[in-house]
Design a protein around this ligand. Structure first.
Ligand SMILES: Nc1ncnc2c1ncn2[C@@H]1O[C@H](COP(=O)(O)OP(=O)(O)O)[C@@H](O)[C@H]1O
Ligand SMILES: C=C(OP(=O)(O)O)C(=O)O
Ligand SMILES: [Ca+2]
Ligand SMILES: [Mn+2]
Length: 648
């Protein structure tokens, strides 16, 4: 009898929902398990050639064949040259190994020759993370690299370790029968020799280190936007940070270009976390950056500073391009709406990146270019901006480029909000942002342009005696190009009042491979043929040396640069200065006229005169290397274009 109560079921109890029921028409997932659900999240990236389309000559390979070719090529790059130590390479993240297991069978078996010793590393797989996307590299960095964080604007903040700048004294170049005669060696040259054997010792050390890891990153990319002079580069590295940096800084291949990449023209082995062995001949520290032009390889040991890779490749371009009658330039480059191109030469910190990034002009590149018969081309696919004291007001385009995908090196940020404090120098003064060039809104794509109209030499003169702007004759341009002057303040060290003069031939002595006069002669010829005007712009001190005066306002420098671009600076009156013989304009729109003549801005005229003479003496002293050297091609005319000190 009590059952009848239940059977009636007039009590309003809800029916238990069945799987697949869909009360509000909301679809539920098709997955039966949580693993299945996860497997639905990622779909396969689309191939570049859609299925069913006719194969072109470049796409006759199946995806599997291409994959096999890529693996063979990477395997060859990573091969030990002294023994059969593998590697057995396999694509993909070892953390996701169970999903990759089926691919292992495709790896070609290495034939073991009994004459070559087998090591344990021959038995293990090296997982290759090949041309990962920025999103994948973020995950790798955050999961596995201490010191990697996402900032409030989405950039990837990283630490470069003990080295926060380049180590030019640890750079070595293999001297052989060919390079002995071709390259610039000796006093003033950046090329410190090593022999081939020592290079091989370091190469093996780097390759063994990389093979000992569970995984390595491989980037296959391009240098040079000039399609006829593109260079294929491969970068093998151990850190996601390095892979993302190069992804941003080199030219990114399309999926199709990557499928048909083939053998690289140049390979970098970056084993930066691992030191070199100081017992190796030619090694003077635990850091070594070694270049073999014959092998088309570079080895990095003992420094994780990413700029070493970018500037290492720049050195290679300084060798390869002049062979093709193309001038390689350590300069920024931009183009006006009317197609007028300007080059900005200058040493580190003088303003190449800042001044080539100009909201009113198209950016071609901020640091490395080529000047060929057909015009200028950027070597890189990204920019590498200093971020110390970066502000939205002064540099809006660089500020806005610091977003998802950008690598932020050695900056300090709020631990909770992850807002970067660009004034903080706790890690280093050389904080940097590396971003793809298309993060700048008015980029010129492809990054090429016609022959330059203006060649601007930037010097940050901390002595405060060079005029904010002067127009140069061709010989003066050559004189100042070969001198490559800048004077910076030590900055981080306390008590340093005296500016440090630096002379760096061709505004890039650390990267040139041939004698400076070779590049200078090419520049003179090109400037003459294309009617380019040379300018010297002081982005440094005014009103006294460092300590007394102050740095010229960026807004004034921008006005000066505007007047150069527009051509209006060609139509004003000029006055010639004493000692340096520089032509200085009497007026520039938007700039107080009195600052154009440095003497006016110094209250102590005697101190001005003495400082001017001191700097002129430093110039003369530096130039002696070029006039009395064995490669004396410097004409009297160029020498006469330098400062003239009259004996009292
Ligand atoms: N008058 C000026 N002209 C150019 N840069 C200036 C000036 N005053 C201050 N600066 C600062 O100097 C630095 C120049 O560095 P950057 O453009 O990165 O040089 P480079 O690319 O030549 O290494 C920037 O931090 C910029 O804000
Ligand atoms: C990255 C560099 O370039 P720059 O300082 O000229 O921007 C460098 O010299 O290490
Ligand atoms: Ca530099
Ligand atoms: Mn720069």
């Amino acid at each position: 009898m009590p059952t009848s109560d239940n059977a009636g079921n007039g009590n309003g109890l809800a029916k238990i929902q069945q799987l697949g029921d869909n009360e509000e028409g909301r679809p539920t997932v098709k997955a039966q398990t949580i693993d299945e659900l996860h497997s639905l999240q990622k779909k396969k990236s689309a191939p570049s050639t859609p299925k069913g389309s006719l194969p072109t000559s470049a796409s006759v390979f199946t995806e599997e064949e291409r994959n096999k070719q890529q693996l063979e090529s990477i395997s060859a790059s990573l091969a030990s040259l002294t023994r059969e130590s593998g590697p057995k390479v396999v694509k993909g993240d070892p953390a996701a190994r169970k999903y990759e297991a089926s691919r292992v069978e495709h790896v070609p078996h290495q034939i073991l020759t009994p004459t070559i010793a087998v090591s344990d590393s021959a038995l293990k797989f090296t997982h290759v993370l090949y041309n990962l996307s920025p999103a994948e590299l973020y995950e790798q960095a955050i999961k596995y690299e201490k010191g990697s964080f996402i900032t409030s604007t989405g950039a990837l903040a990283t630490l470069s370790g003990a080295k926060t700048g380049r180590c030019p004294r640890d750079k070595r170049v293999v001297k052989d029968e060919v390079t002995e005669n071709e390259l610039w060696w000796g006093k003033g040259s950046p090329n410190i020799e090593m022999d081939e054997h020592s290079f091989m010792v370091n190469r093996e050390r780097a390759v063994d280190y990389l093979n000992s890891l569970d995984k390595v990153f491989v980037n296959d990319q391009f240098l040079n936007w000039d399609p006829e002079n593109k260079i294929k580069v491969r970068i093998v590295s151990a850190r996601a940070y390095h892979s993302l940096f190069m992804h941003n800084m080199c030219i990114r291949p399309t999926t199709e270009e990557l499928e048909n990449f083939g053998t690289p023209d140049f390979t970098i082995y970056n084993a930066g976390q691992f030191p070199c062995n100081r017992y190796t001949h030619y090694m003077t520290s635990s850091t070594s950056i070694d270049l073999s032009l014959a092998r088309k390889e570079m080895v990095i040991l003992g420094t994780q500073y990413a700029g070493e890779m970018k500037k290492g490749l720049f050195s290679v371009m300084h060798y390869l391009m002049p062979k093709r009658k193309i001038l390689s330039l350590h300069s920024g480059c931009n183009m006006g709406k009317g197609g007028d191109v300007a080059l900005f030469f200058g040493l580190s910190g003088t303003g190449k990146t800042t001044l080539s990034t100009d909201h009113n002009r198209y950016l071609i590149g901020d640091d490395e270019h080529c000047w060929s018969e057909s015009g200028v081309s950027n070597i890189e696919g990204g920019c590498y901006a200093k971020c110390i004291d970066l502000s939205r007001e002064n540099e809006p385009d660089i500020w806005n480029a610091i977003k998802f995908g950008t690598v932020l090196e050695n900056v300090v940020f709020d631990e909770h909000f992850r807002e970067v404090d660009y004034t903080d120098k706790s890690v280093t003064e050389n904080t940097r942002a590396a971003y793809p060039i298309d993060y700048i809104p008015n980029v010129k794509l492809p990054c090429v342009g016609p022959h330059p109209k203006n060649v601007i030499l930037l010097a940050c003169d901390a002595f405060g005696v060079l005029p904010p702007v002067s127009k140069l004759s061709l010989s003066q341009t050559m004189y100042h190009f070969i001198s490559g002057y800048t004077a910076l303040v030590a900055g981080t060290e306390e008590g340093i009042k005296e500016p440090q003069a630096t002379f760096s031939a061709c505004f890039g002595a650390a990267f040139i491979m041939l004698h400076p006069t070779k590049y200078a002669a090419m520049l003179a010829e090109k400037m003459q043929n294309h009617g380019a005007t040379g300018w010297l712009v002081n982005t440094g001190w005014s009103g006294g040396s460092y300590g007394c005066g102050s740095r010229i306002k960026l807004s004034y420098t921008r006005k000066i640069i505007d007047a150069i671009h527009s051509g209006s600076l060609l139509d004003v009156e000029y006055k010639k200065t004493e000692i340096f013989g520089l032509e200085i304009p009497t007026e520039v729109e938007g700039v107080p006229s009195e600052i154009l003549e440095p003497e006016n801005t110094w209250s102590d005229k005697q101190a001005y005169k003495e400082t001017l003479l001191k700097l002129a003496g430093l110039f003369k002293n530096n130039f002696e290397t070029f006039t009395y050297g064995e490669n004396n091609q410097v004409t009297k005319e160029i020498l006469a274009a330098g400062p003239i000190i009259h004996d009292a």
